[in-house]
Design a protein around this ligand. Structure first.
Ligand SMILES: [Zn+2]
Length: 323
């Protein structure tokens, strides 16, 4: 998980017990025209109950006094963003204390095998795009968490680097021989591919962050932005079901108070990208399919037949031994 970057301008007043900063314009396109789509004090129902439940009682509401959970929708790009967001002090408290790293790590340890299959397929797609030799391929995972993406990229022969601000996650990455770089040193590097998965919804200044990442791309480099699905959010907000389960039709996870401070649409990502000097890119469909585990017909047939071959072919030389 990646916290807002240290290079962001901190407008936190620091006076009294107010630990928030106000965003005066759209953080994705800097558009100044927006309309309010939701408003509720952080310390009143239903937001208070949502936070108490979500953070398992670890949250201290005295730090939220005087702040309002206010959602604005940009009239230029369609981004829905939280107007008042935690300042640097509260961000640290949120990501280092209220979100327990050990709980998060245990959650990672119980991921379904499909999660790793998806990462593997994504990296196969990147490697195949740049050519058969992956040894010179430099990739970066921003907000690398527990390093699964970097380790998978390394397994495919890429030079994998990670950016992360959580001390516990950095220590884990170093134990696993992952190259960790500091955000401030981005300009010293050039990458073919930058992965950002569930990162941009957390950033106080996403346009500035994307611009910094774009400057660290090779000429033919690309960056992936994966964010929560914020489709139909105004309608979901009208239903105001803060108890809707994650992934359900009414889920409000994409605007989760304090954490998911930017709720993107495809248009808001494209506009933000254009301002950062980036153009939309799609891998050809055939390329996508050829890099799945389905693959071309010949490969698929071989994959289907391989287990049978291993079991029954008289000269099979693939054996598993167990104690
Ligand atoms: Zn905007």
């Amino acid at each position: 998980m990646l916290k807002p970057q240290s290079n962001m301008k901190d407008r936190e007043t620091g006076t009294g017990s107010y630990h928030f900063v106000r965003r005066e314009a759209c953080p994705a396109c800097h558009g100044s025209r927006s309309r309010q789509v939701y408003e509720c004090s952080y310390t009143r129902a239903p937001i208070r109950e949502y936070l108490a439940n979500f953070y398992g009682g670890r949250i201290d509401f005295s730090y939220l006094d005087g702040a309002v959970f206010s959602l604005k929708k940009c009239e230029f790009c369609g981004l829905i963003y939280q107007e008042e967001i935690p300042g640097a002090f509260l961000m640290q408290k949120l990501y280092d204390e209220w979100i327990d790293p050990e709980t998060d790590r245990r959650k990672c340890g119980s991921r379904h095998i499909e999660y790793y299959a998806c990462i593997a397929q994504e990296i196969m797609k990147i490697v195949a795009h740049y050519g058969p030799d992956s040894s010179g391929l430099r990739v970066l995972d921003v907000g690398m968490g527990w390093g699964e993406w970097c380790r998978m990229a390394g397994a495919f022969g890429c030079q994998a680097f990670g950016v992360e601000l959580s001390e516990a996650r950095i220590a884990h990455a170093l134990q696993n021989n992952i190259d960790v770089i500091d955000w401030k040193d981005l300009r010293k590097h050039k990458f073919h591919f930058i992965n950002t998965e569930q990162v941009f919804e957390h950033l106080a200044c996403p346009l500035e962050s994307l611009t910094a990442l774009a400057s660290a791309l090779e000429d033919n480099g690309m960056i992936k932005i994966g964010v929560p699905n914020g489709g139909n959010m105004p309608a979901r907000l009208r239903k105001e079901n803060w108890n809707a389960p994650f992934g359900s039709r009414d889920s409000l996870n994409a605007v989760a108070p304090l954490e998911h401070i930017n709720c993107f649409t495809a248009n808001s990502i494209a506009r933000m990208g254009a301002l950062a000097g980036l153009q939309p890119f799609s891998f050809p469909l055939l390329h996508e399919y050829s890099c799945t585990f389905i693959g071309p017909v010949r490969t698929s047939l071989k994959a289907l037949l391989r287990p049978v071959y291993h079991r029954f072919h008289p000269i099979s030389h693939y054996l598993t031994l167990r104690k």
